[in-house]
Design a protein. Structure first.
Lengths: 147, 147
DNA sequence: CTCCGTGCAAAAGGTTTGCACTGGT
DNA sequence: ACCAGTGCAAACCTTTTGCACGGAG
């Protein structure tokens, strides 16, 4: 992400914090900057490494807590649920609806979605076996819990 | 999955084993059956629970090893990489190409894929926020490693 | 008979939690 | 000054590994 964009996102973050009355700490600024500056989908540990040069005493615990907070604020995304791996006995092409709160996954069969054509020449040399569409949102149970 | 289908998949599995000279053990049959019988994308631990009533002394270690073997054989799928969570600073709609071997994730921007319409009435009461398409395959590095 | 598959126990990640302290507002 | 944010250490959960045994081919 280019510097100008990173700066814009940082300002956006600070404004969001002011709106919600959340303190803007050095740690949060530095961690957010680290996530925005890379486009390789870093792990918590990679962020930890990256941040060391700015705040050497920053702890992993804080990384985890701050990243969580950012995901809740909606300013970054978690690419997949942490916790146990899940397995699927269905091996035909199909799609999923995932609850971002509890991790529940339900199958979605849809003919239209089965026939997407992979964009030519954008796949960076990957040999593609298959694809699947993931809809993300909130399941009925978690909707109730939020009310 | 209906019983007939489960039985068919089991036969398919046994034939595959015979082709490859792999022993068909009781453990593998029972674990495969357990995965095929449910459509809720179980974790290794849930399979462990389910299998207890058939072979009480079956260990978690075996569950993990057998599930791995099944994924390699291509008769079941792992729904997401195990290991560390990954974070993404990009929050606009975009898509991913994922290497099933090393877990590398690269971004894919494609206008056509940005305009899919969620199928009406199939979303089981989920409130959908967004979606993304995931292409899965083998990255250039892992292709080299395989040669 | 020979191996591969299995079980147990221990180690290895990765993440979360309890508690005391620090630092933003 | 108050309360949320932070750091440390320990707990926790999931997965992997080393080694010895037993059953499948």
């Amino acid at each position: 992400m280019q510097d100008g964009m990173v700066a814009a996102r940082l300002r956006e973050f600070e404004e969001l914090c002011r709106q919600k009355g959340l303190p803007v700490t050095m740690q949060r600024r530095v961690i957010l900057e680290a996530v925005l500056q890379r486009d390789d989908h870093p792990t918590a540990d990679q962020i930890y490494e990256a941040v060391q040069e700015h705040i050497p005493q920053l702890s992993r615990t804080t990384i985890y807590r701050v990243l969580d907070a950012f995901v809740d604020l909606g300013i970054i995304r978690r690419l997949h649920q942490t916790g146990a791996a899940r397995f699927d006995g269905k091996i035909n092409r199909h799609h999923h609806v995932v609850c971002v709160h509890c991790g529940k996954i339900v199958d979605l069969e849809d003919r239209n979605l089965d026939q997407l054509s992979p964009p030519k020449g954008k796949l960076q040399g990957f040999k593609i076996d298959d694809y699947s569409v993931q809809f993300s949102g909130t399941c009925p149970d978690c909707q109730k819990r939020q009310e």
